[in-house]
Design a protein. Structure first.
Length: 175
């Protein structure tokens, strides 16, 4: 496993539409392992391959919750070629953040429930219903695969402010 650099806004790669994974190979499994290591190190709960400059339809996610004894129950998940096949009309609002837009959080309204179809690392296709944080996270990460960022759901004023802030920071880092 290896840590990979996470690309940060305003990097134009974040706007790429990722290509489908045609076959689950050892290279794809290694990418997923590297993505978990990178995601945990960041730390985050979800990571799309495009965020580590790999334009492939691959997501890692771990929505681990602490139980009553304070033990962490990790639930690492890999989603290959995920797609939302249905979503509820009912919506929910969660505060979202993004490893590619560090230290910026904003409330985003999305469908409260979705049904997602994806392939796992064994090449098996699954369909699952998602709600709560799981639904929000899977929608956020699938958006990445389509070149969409959570700030795209904000008002133009807020979105422009964020883009301006990160563009300035990128220019300072270059100088």
């Amino acid at each position: 496993m290896a840590l990979r650099p996470i690309i940060i806004l305003p990097d134009k790669q974040l706007r790429l539409v990722s290509k489908p994974v045609t076959k689950v190979t050892d290279q794809i499994r290694k990418l997923a392992d590297d993505m978990f290591e990178t995601m945990y190190d960041a730390p985050g709960i979800g990571l799309a391959a495009i965020q580590v400059a790999q334009p492939l339809r691959l997501i890692t996610m771990d929505l681990a919750k602490k139980d009553e004894e304070g033990e962490v129950n990790p639930q690492p998940r890999v989603f290959i070629n995920p797609e939302i096949i249905s979503s509820s009309e009912e919506t929910s609002i969660y505060e979202e953040g993004c490893l590619s837009i560090p230290e910026y959080y904003e409330e985003v309204e999305r469908p409260a429930k979705v049904r997602v179809r994806f392939t796992d690392l064994d090449g098996k296709v699954h369909e699952e219903d998602a709600e709560g944080l799981y639904a929000t996270c899977i929608q956020h990460e699938i958006d990445h695969l389509n070149g969409v960022l959570f700030v795209d759901y904000l008002s133009k004023l807020k979105r422009d402010r964020v883009l301006k802030k990160f563009t300035k920071a990128a220019k300072r880092a270059e100088d």
